[in-house]
Design a binder for this molecule. Structure first.
Ligand SMILES: *Cc1c(COP(=O)(O)O)cnc(C)c1O
Length: 452
């Protein structure tokens, strides 16, 4: 299995050939989920003591398993938050695996870590964070948020201890009622109290509402989360007014920008993000709108030393790594072993340059505005909110959830689009989440036309 032989050469050729075909395919269908029973029937038993051989195993993957996985990078995948990795990023993911790179420590992966850090430094500068800001690529926004919040609590705890004060009976975390579920999950894992602050009627969290929470809960609050691009609507909180409270209150400002912080890279949306430069930590998922393959979240601390103190694991066999001043990515989040998952993004960004990224992001923003205009012009459709970033939420007059479900199922059955129902305030709707530069206005109009 490990030696280079005629057999292993043939396996490598087989896999690279498949990868090449998939990467360069222009007509991979959307595909769709299959039932467990049907998959069992079609794939048969694949694991036994003797092995089925790579040719057969790849054949099962290609003809049975892969078609039962929805093509996330399809231009007409418009649900949840899609991914649309560049060809360079996808191809380089093969290199990361082929090289058995380890990205946990400087000692073992300094070259990979150097490149990842250059990306993080570049992102930090885009977000207006000072020189010295840095962090790590983690699996996703959920782990990114959790890791940032653990560091925030540690910082608050240290501050209290230094002042000779005891920790509060229960630490509190402030976020918007519209915040992503992963923030609630973090509060649960950390066993802290979540203080939910109502967003305004436009869905935006504002400083005055946060002020009320800070006045009520005082020093028990260790962090405030602002969302720059809500998952359902793409709404950017009024970060400037929240950040301004730092002049009066002591709290850690965390920006959950998993999907939407990317918008800051386009001049079209940049003005919406005033205040982000005062954040203590931010996250953005390159696997969402920064055209990287799964799974990668950039977690960036204003002062990475706080993240390092909060997260470094200690053990006799690790001291040889952790006792050194070098930058070891494992030290900055809830993790230890890690692949350098930022490298596909690094390779693509280095290859194409930042301007190509800005243009691709601007494309999504412009397309969202254009299709919103089209929706406004159709009497049977209604925008639930004006889009701010690249998510467009709308209703079809008279439709119940069942109507949306039937329509959505049919679109996928016919392999035309993957657009799922959603809801707001108890009313069913549907939404386009646009991140793929290959998505066209005409494709979206075709989907609107199908809502009869
Ligand atoms: C997607 C998302 C998350 C969670 O990120 P994962 O990578 O899915 O773990 C958190 N916050 C927001 C705003 C998101 O859109």
């Amino acid at each position: 299995m490990h030696a280079v032989t005629a057999e292993t050469q043939a396996i490598v050729d087989l896999v690279l050939d498949y990868s090449r075909r998939r990467l360069l395919s222009t007509d991979t269908p959307l595909d769709k989920p299959e039932t467990e029973a049907e998959l069992s029937r079609l794939a048969g038993r694949t694991i036994d003591e003797h092995g089925m051989g790579a040719t057969r195993a790849l054949s099962v993957f290609e003809h049975v398993l892969a078609p039962a996985c929805i093509t996330i990078d399809h231009p007409q995948y418009l649900s949840f938050i899609p991914a649309a990795p560049t060809k360079a990023a996808m191809a380089f993911d093969l290199v990361v695996s082929a090289s058995s790179l380890y990205g946990g420590s400087w000692m073992e992966g300094s070259g990979a870590v150097h490149a990842e850090n250059e990306v993080l430094t570049w992102l930090a500068a885009e977000f207006g964070l000072p020189a010295g800001a840095g962090g790590v690529f983690v699996q996703g926004g959920t782990i990114g948020n959790l890791s940032a919040l653990v560091a925030a609590r540690e910082a608050a705890r240290d501050r209290r201890t230094a002042a000779g004060l005891p920790a509060p009976a229960r630490w509190k975390l402030v976020c918007s009622t519209e915040a992503h579920s992963s923030n609630k999950s973090a509060a649960k894992v950390m066993d802290v109290e979540l203080v939910l602050v109502p967003a305004g009627p436009d869905g935006r969290l504002r400083g005055d509402a946060v002020r009320a929470a800070l006045e009520e809960h005082g020093d028990d609050v260790f962090a405030v989360i602002a969302t720059t691009g809500s998952t359902n609507f793409g709404i950017v909180d009024d970060v400037a007014s929240i950040a301004a409270l730092k002049d009066e209150f002591e709290f850690w400002l965390h920006i959950d920008g998993a999907y939407g912080l990317t918008g800051m890279l386009s001049p079209l949306a940049r003005p919406r993000y005033r205040g982000v430069e005062r954040a203590d930590s931010v996250i953005v998922d390159p696997h969402k709108w920064l055209f990287a393959p799964f799974d990668a979240c950039a977690l960036i601390y204003r002062d990475p030393e706080i993240g390092r103190r909060a997260h470094t694991q200690h053990a006799e066999y690790l001291d040889t790594l952790t006792g050194k001043p070098e930058w070891s990515p494992s030290d900055y989040a809830v993790q230890l072993t890690r692949r350098p998952r930022g490298l596909p993004f690094w390779f693509s960004l280095a290859s194409y340059g930042a301007a190509a990224y800005r243009a691709a992001i601007t494309h999504s923003l412009e397309l969202a505005q254009r299709i919103a205009e089209e929706i406004r012009s159709r009497p049977e459709l209604r925008l639930v909110r004006d889009p701010e970033l690249s998510i467009v939420v709308f209703e079809r007059e008279g439709w119940t959830m069942d109507d949306y479900e039937r329509w959505s199922t049919r679109l996928l059955e016919e392999q035309r689009a993957f657009v799922t129902p959603s809801s707001h305030d108890g009313r069913p709707n549907t939404r386009f989440a646009i991140v793929n530069p290959m998505t066209t206005f005409e494709q979206l109009v075709g989907i609107l036309d199908s809502m009869e």
